[in-house]
Design a protein around this ligand. Structure first.
Ligand code: FAD
Length: 385
């Protein structure tokens, strides 16, 4: 059975991550957000802490930690800043995990140590201008050439896109085969024909790098193919299975951050000659945040526990992702309410929490898509095809 007690090692990792976030992440979060600054120095520090690719086994440069411990780390980073948390989630769950699971020995040895050490960043290129939720319907084409593949297409909203040295690109090899024709390629981003341009004007995640990728006759050798031709869709879904738990855990961090900020502010702020914490309607908001934080964390831990047991966890991961992301939006909204007018400016972290939380109900599968996954498991009927 699932054990709610953390091991000594897990407690130590959580404390270390929390101290790191308090010392290195929180003090720069507002400035990075205001200036849309992708903080390379902070990414290096994350790597030094071993927070990139931490679930990768040590023989490939990771720390070999379990999913529960990964959740603890990601929660703490999410409490500090979702932009930097996105770097951790993409690098670890969306890039390292599929290489680990589907890569051959050469691919693992070539890419994983560099990704885990932070020497290079990776990105995950699934979404396209005309293909979002319906991920099986990719327009990017890969065609066979002598000794490899030529790839043409565009990818949209790709996190780490302008910084990545390797892009995991999903492309259709035979449109007749639909999702069974999709292949995944590890494309070095300095390959001729590959270009990336940054997307600006985002509501939140402003310190995160989001890009549009163009692949214009990009040629790669056979060694770039991850898994077999036709495995691409399964590779994408298995990566998202890890990524969704990472996003959900980051959102538990947002919920906890909202709660901490609201408790502290409500005890200091005096109105009607009393701290606002003494008003029942304020306590109601704090109780609602507490409930959401605890429930979201437990759902994440359950999904992590299933993964650590190598048991099926897709539905439970979608439940955790749906609940935690929507909870983060609710908590951030309530936290602004507790802060009154002060919550509307960035002297406090709560308005950033709201802006950053908002994307989490969209990326790695919208809330509607999570509901369809949960509904499919409950009814046995697939509403997506
Ligand atoms: C900041 C940011 C970072 C991102 N990072 C990455 C990344 O690193 N890699 C990557 O590949 N992608 C990334 N994405 C893309 C993200 O995963 C997509 O935006 C998401 O999957 C939704 O696709 P879409 O935007 O095309 O919306 P659409 O699929 O067009 O959806 C629009 C609306 O229709 C609803 N909808 C669609 N289909 C159904 C259905 N069958 N039933 C009910 N409702 C439905 C959706 O829920 C949504 O409400 C990122 C996006 C953002 C904003």
């Amino acid at each position: 059975m699932i054990d709610f007690e953390l091991t000594d090692e897990q407690r130590l990792v959580r404390e270390t991550a929390a101290e790191f976030v308090d010392r290195e992440v929180i003090p720069v979060a507002r400035d990075n957000d205001r200036n849309e600054r992708f903080d390379e120095g902070l990414v290096r520090k994350l790597a030094e802490m071993g927070f990139l690719g931490a679930i990768v086994p040590e023989e490939y440069g990771g720390r070999g930690i379990d999913y529960r411990t990964y959740c603890l780390i990601v929660e703490e980073i999410g409490r500090g800043d979702s932009s930097i948390r996105t770097v951790v989630s993409v690098q670890t769950s969306l890039v390292c995990t599929p290489i680990l699971r589907w890569g051959d020995e050469d691919q693992k040895r070539r890419w994983l140590p560099q990704l885990c050490s932070g020497e290079i960043l990776g990105c995950f290129g699934l979404t396209e201008p005309d293909t979002g939720s319906d991920a099986a319907n990719l327009r990017t084409r890969a065609t066979r050439i002598d000794g490899g593949w030529r790839i043409n297409g565009r990818k949209q909203w790709i996190s780490n896109g302008t910084r990545a040295k390797v892009a995991l690109i999903f492309a259709q090899t035979d449109p007749e085969l639909k999702h069974r024709g999709i292949a995944a390629f590890l494309v070095p981003t300095d390959t001729p024909g590959f270009s990336a341009s940054a997307v600006h004007g985002k509501l939140g995640l402003r310190a995160s790098d989001t890009a549009e990728l163009s692949l214009d006759g990009v040629e790669v050798g056979d060694e770039a193919l991850l898994g077999e031709v036709g495995d691409g869709f399964k590779i994408a879904m298995s990566a998202l299975d890890s990524g969704r738990l990472s996003v959900a855990s980051g959102c538990v961090g947002i919920c906890q951050g909202c709660l901490d900020a609201s408790v502290s502010y409500s005890k200091e702020r005096i109105q009607f000659d009393r701290p606002i914490a003494s008003f029942q309607l304020v306590q109601e908001m704090i109780a609602d945040m507490t409930l959401d934080t605890e429930a979201a964390r437990m759902l994440c831990w359950r999904a992590a526990w299933l993964k650590d047991m190598s048991r099926p966890s897709t539905t439970e991961t979608s439940i955790a992702k749906l609940y935690a992301t929507e909870a983060a939006v609710r908590c951030a909204n309530l936290a602004i309410q507790v802060h009154g007018g002060s919550g509307y400016v960035d002297d406090y972290p709560v308005e950033r929490y709201l802006r950053d939380a908002r994307v989490t109900t969209l990326y790695e599968g919208t809330s509607q898509i999570q509901k369809l996954i949960i509904g499919r498991a409950a009814t046995g009927v697939n509403a997506m095809t």
